[in-house]
Design a protein around this ligand. Structure first.
Ligand code: MTE
Ligand code: MO
Length: 239
């Protein structure tokens, strides 16, 4: 992997303006697709319970609410000391990035409460996350117009793919804190992605690299028969 120079917008006011422009452009490009996506606009979403903040039934079809937080992964929990931790953003972008932990924490931080739906049928509601919105990082890397998807890589060799209209939603976070505590290692700490509007396997624990792609490519579970799209309110588990 190439190690590339990174600039952070707060270090350079000229570039800040460019970033603001890039953010608007990116938002506009996916706005319509996002608004019409199944987890926001399905006319017949499947599930039960009161509505979630997007008007979907709180508990998607086939899911059971759990108070516990099960651990699900490939069985290897990488240990990444913060001084050696790096996050790479590359691929179909104008400005590839490699961030240190301090640089990640210097980016705008977002708090959000969202639900977590695991394809193995448990859902954990109202999880309080803190981290960096993926879109806030994406605008710094400036995805090219040809970018359509992402591949996310974990330090444990996991991969998972996402369409950009899902990945750039405002509730998709690179989270380092949950319920006010540092994200535990077994849940993907120091940093993981969360995708509240898709099944949770789309959020890589121990995230290490985000590669923008000019076309879709399948990740670890997607290659093994899991759905490409993973919409919880459509019972969209397998392909
Ligand atoms: N790096 C990595 N991320 C991963 C996985 C994995 O094996 N490795 N498993 C996925 C699956 S299948 C699920 S359900 C969630 C589980 O997250 P949790 O263990 O924090 O509940 O993480 C997802 N992200
Ligand atoms: Mo899973």
């Amino acid at each position: 992997m190439r190690a590339t120079a990174i600039f952070l917008p707060m270090e350079n006011p000229d570039k800040t303006e460019k970033i603001v422009e890039a953010r608007l452009k990116l938002k506009r490009r996916f706005e319509e697709q996002m608004a019409n996506s199944p987890s926001l606009a399905d006319p017949r979403p499947q599930g039960k319970g009161p509505q979630n903040r997007h008007g979907m039934p709180q508990v998607p079809v086939g899911q059971t609410v759990t108070a516990k937080w099960p651990v699900l992964d490939l069985g290897y929990h990488p240990n990444i000391p913060l001084d050696r931790w790096r996050l790479i953003v590359d691929g179909e972008v104008e400005n590839p990035l490699m961030l240190t932990w301090d640089q990640l924490l210097a980016l705008p931080q977002t708090d959000d409460v969202s639900d977590f739906h695991c394809v193995t049928t448990w859902s954990k509601l109202d999880m309080a996350w803190r981290g960096v919105r993926l879109i806030d990082l994406a605008v710094l890397a400036q995805p090219k117009d040809t970018a359509t998807h992402l591949m996310c890589y974990g330090y444990d060799t996991y991969t998972t793919n996402l369409a950009l209209e899902e990945a750039l939603k405002p509730d998709v976070l690179l989270a380092h804190t949950v319920d006010g505590q540092p994200l535990p290692r077994e849940h993907g700490g120091p940093l993981r992605m969360i995708t509240p509007q898709l099944y949770a396997w789309k959020g890589s624990k121990w995230i290490k690299r985000i590669e923008f792609l000019p076309q879709n490519r399948l990740g670890f579970w997607e290659e093994r028969g899991y759905s490409n799209t993973a919409y919880p309110w459509r019972n969209d588990r397998y392909s």
